[in-house]
Design a protein around this ligand. Structure first.
Ligand SMILES: Cc1cc2nc3c(=O)[nH]c(=O)nc-3n(C[C@H](O)[C@H](O)[C@H](O)COP(=O)(O)OP(=O)(O)OC[C@H]3O[C@@H](n4cnc5c(N)ncnc54)[C@H](O)[C@@H]3O)c2cc1C
Length: 388
């Protein structure tokens, strides 16, 4: 038996004993997901117990170093853990922008002090983050952002930044504890005048206003900063060099969004959708072939990405392919469901889950950078097309 076989059998045994049965059921809605943070209310005892047990083992961030709340697993061990969780249908114990986006950026660019301060809290789900990138005039052209941070040396408050401006499409800003935010600290150069700043959402001068979506949910906000004072040492990386941090984080965000292409289980549909219509059956079969190819490609790309060997444009390729696949999956679910799937709120369907999930996938090819922008990046950096 190899070390990895031993790790697999121990992991399997631990999960069998410690993952509550309720946490092995598919997630039905956002309510089933655990976002953590200082104002979090657990939906059930099982949700709390599952998070506590996984935190204790360092398995909310299995590949992070032990000093920062992880388990220090090798990529091969982390893959085994993922497979064993999938085998019993175990839910992720924590959904967190801290884990999927900010954590990797802090590990690479954060000071020792920032790592010690924030990473263990992220691993334990004690702090909920939102992402302050987009602005009304800066989405695809992100480096055009105008939210300003001025360095101020004050007699009353010591050295700090004074932040003024507006962000938009800030997911969960009204529920987040802290924000990772791009601000302009110099106007001399578009890309070299941006800094990456962390601050508490309860700081005076921060306010949020929800935006309602087509799906009926409202996870988005407009976020306003009005003379927000932020301690100087909350810049990650060098002042005016935040674009490097921003891009690195975007790679991880795109990798995470690409993962939606893998679906909830093995990503295929044939085992759950068996429409009578022969044309639809053929489409499901064609989809499943593409889904299996995507799963194989993801495995290779994600391993290269984690090992630092992937091409810088590969998250864009994966994000494009994964989000288009996820949209196709939900189109097929809707087509197979017929008029029943269009139910929104009626006797047959109280949540309108299929329709809401389908509408939500429309945003996959916008969030984290649109499909057009990903294709531009692929054209420029991989295909070497002129003018892209
Ligand atoms: C579900 C969801 C969650 C989000 N969450 C957050 C969040 O938490 N924090 C945050 O900061 N932002 C968030 N966003 C914002 C998201 O990052 C932006 O919407 C996205 O980057 C596009 O920017 P935009 O909306 O300004 O569109 P625009 O940049 O105005 O683009 C409009 C259209 O023009 C196309 N286009 C623009 N430039 C080019 C070009 N050069 N070549 C070809 N086509 C082009 C785009 O592809 C798009 O189709 C979220 C968005 C969604 C949908």
């Amino acid at each position: 038996m190899t070390d990895l076989d031993t790790f697999r059998s121990e992991t399997r045994a631990w999960l069998e004993t410690n993952c509550p049965p309720e946490m092995r059921e598919p997630v039905q809605s956002e309510k089933d997901m655990c976002w953590g943070g200082r104002n979090w209310t657990f939906q059930s005892d099982a949700q709390r117990v599952w998070l506590e047990r996984m935190v204790e083992r360092g398995w909310t961030v299995p590949h992070w170093p032990r000093d920062y709340g992880g388990a220090g697993l090798s990529p091969a061990e982390a893959k085994v853990l993922k497979e064993e969780m999938a085998r019993i249908g175990a839910r992720s114990p924590l959904s967190s922008f801290g884990i999927s986006m900010l954590g990797p950026a802090l590990l690479k660019f954060g000071s020792d002090e920032q790592k010690k301060r924030f990473l263990p809290e992220i691993a334990r789900g004690e702090i909920r983050w939102c992402q302050g990138y987009s602005e009304p005039g800066a989405g695809s052209d992100l480096a055009g952002l105008q939210t300003k941070a001025e360095a101020v040396s004050g007699e009353e408050g010591g050295d700090h930044w004074l932040v003024n401006g507006q962000k938009v499409w800030t997911s969960y800003a009204d529920k987040a504890d802290w924000i990772f935010c791009l601000v302009r600290t110099s106007s001399e150069s578009k890309h070299s005048g941006i800094s990456f700043l962390l601050f508490d959402m309860t700081t005076p001068g921060v306010s949020t206003k929800p935006i309602l979506l087509i799906s009926g949910n409202s996870p988005f906000c407009e976020t306003f900063f009005d003379d927000v004072r932020v301690p100087k040492d909350q810049v990650v990386g060098e002042v005016n060099r935040g674009w490097d941090v921003a891009k690195y984080l975007l790679g991880h965000e795109r990798e995470m969004i690409a993962g939606m292409g893998l679906g909830a289980t093995d990503g295929t549909l044939g085992s759950i959708l068996r429409p009578d219509d022969p044309f639809l059956r053929a489409e499901v079969a064609a989809f499943d072939v593409d889904a299996l190819a995507f799963a194989a490609m993801s495995e290779r790309f994600f391993e290269m990405f984690k090992a630092g060997e992937a091409h810088p444009a590969s998250p864009s390729m994966m994000k494009y392919a994964g989000t288009e696949l996820n949209k196709r999956r939900h189109e097929l679910v809707m087509a197979a469901g017929g008029s029943d799937a269009l139910e929104w709120d009626s006797e047959r369907s109280s949540e309108g889950k299929a329709a809401r999930d389908w509408l939500r996938t429309k945003a996959n090819s916008i969030e984290g950078g649109t499909s057009e922008i990903q294709l531009n990046i692929v054209a420029k950096h991989i295909l070497g097309l002129p003018g892209a």
